[in-house]
Design a protein around this ligand. Structure first.
Ligand code: BMA
Length: 338
């Protein structure tokens, strides 16, 4: 069992895991597939759409040679059907030898147009990209890709003060002591192509359950009280040894939640003091490639106040958890002035 960093997840957690988890795994995928995880999810044209990461073709040494993106559809957000062909494969970019893979998609619908953010590993670093999802779902038209190293980008679902807004996670090695001490930043754009006005939003040291790095998770959802925003938080413990398929895996990924000001999302106005989701079920802690990883990429608000949270579990399967929006807001604002 993984040694837990304080503070622990409250046993009264407001999140309920879906009883039929995982919602998508390799057995649902009709082409070579091994690890199905870190998906983006959106409601688009009357259905739920999921774009997920598929790592396949295992090589020795904990490495998967293949990586593509699959697409799945659902009427209720719980039961998913995976399309017969992948949504994105590297050859769709014309065989540019600089690009090694595209992964960890996040989906945001802005004025009926579905957009995708993704990480792109290239020979000379890691870049974060923004693209338009084609209406016929035949692929992506890339709008912009950042300079290295940056990833975990998510777009807000509407313009704020006339500007598109995104959260992102640059990897600031030198100024943060040469170790993982990576923070969440916020940037703006007039057109989704040119990004600027960047500001630090939330730093590792602001999060009581992170001693390593943090990063944006799912695109924010709009509530009357502010933008409700998930993030992932990593704590590291060097005494953690063999875990999952890996000989040594010292990190634990939990999900945190915060609230950003509606008019000025560069302001954090609340944050849960404990993780919202920490690894605890068998498929999150014991099974899988990189055990004890909760990596949310989708959060949807239903009309009745239910919030659906989609997360990659152990870098191996895609799962669902639900919560009530008012309880999530209360978690963010509890003890705010303390
Ligand atoms: C991060 C990313 C994620 C992954 C996580 C845990 O750095 O690579 O894709 O889920 O590590 O392995």
């Amino acid at each position: 069992m993984f040694k837990e960093m304080e503070p622990k997840l409250k046993s009264s957690s407001v999140v309920k895991r879906y009883e039929n988890n995982p919602v998508v795994c390799k057995d649902d995928v009709p082409y070579p597939a091994e690890l199905i995880f870190n998906a983006g999810v959106a409601k688009w044209k009357g259905q739920y759409v999921m774009i997920f990461r598929n790592d396949y073709d295992y090589q020795s040494g904990g490495y998967f040679k293949g990586c593509n993106l699959g697409i799945a559809f659902s009427d209720d957000g719980k039961k998913w059907t995976v399309r017969k062909e992948p949504f994105f494969t590297l050859d769709m970019l014309g065989g540019d030898p600089e690009i090694r893979r595209i992964y960890d998609p996040r989906l945001t619908v802005i004025e009926d147009q579905m957009y995708i953010c993704f990480a792109m590993d290239v020979q000379h670093g890691i870049r974060g990209g923004v693209g338009r999802v084609r209406d016929d779902l035949s692929g992506i038209d890339i709008i912009s890709v950042s300079a290295p190293d940056n990833r975990n980008m998510v777009l807000f679902p509407e313009k704020i003060d006339g500007m598109y807004v995104r959260l992102e996670r640059p990897f600031t090695i030198y100024s943060r002591g040469g170790v993982d001490r990576f923070d969440i930043w916020i940037s703006k754009s007039p057109d989704l192509k040119y990004w600027g006005e960047s500001e630090l939003l939330l730093a590792v040291e602001h999060v009581p359950y992170a001693n390593d790095k943090i990063g944006p998770a799912a695109p924010p959802i709009k509530t009357e009280k502010g933008w409700l925003t998930l993030f992932h938080a990593v704590d590291r413990d060097e005494s953690r040894g063999k875990h999952g398929w890996e000989d040594k895996w010292t990190k634990r990924y939990t999900a945190g939640i915060m609230l950003l000001d509606l008019e000025d999302p560069t302001k954090v106005i609340g944050m849960s003091k404990v993780p919202l989701i920490a690894p605890e079920t068998k498929y999150e802690v014991e099974e899988g490639f990189r055990a004890s990883v909760i990596f949310p990429g989708g959060m949807l608000l239903e009309d009745d106040g239910e919030v659906k949270i989609y997360y990659g579990a152990s870098d191996t399967v895609e799962c669902l958890a639900t919560a009530n929006v008012d309880e999530l807001l209360a978690l963010c604002t509890e003890g705010r002035d303390a």
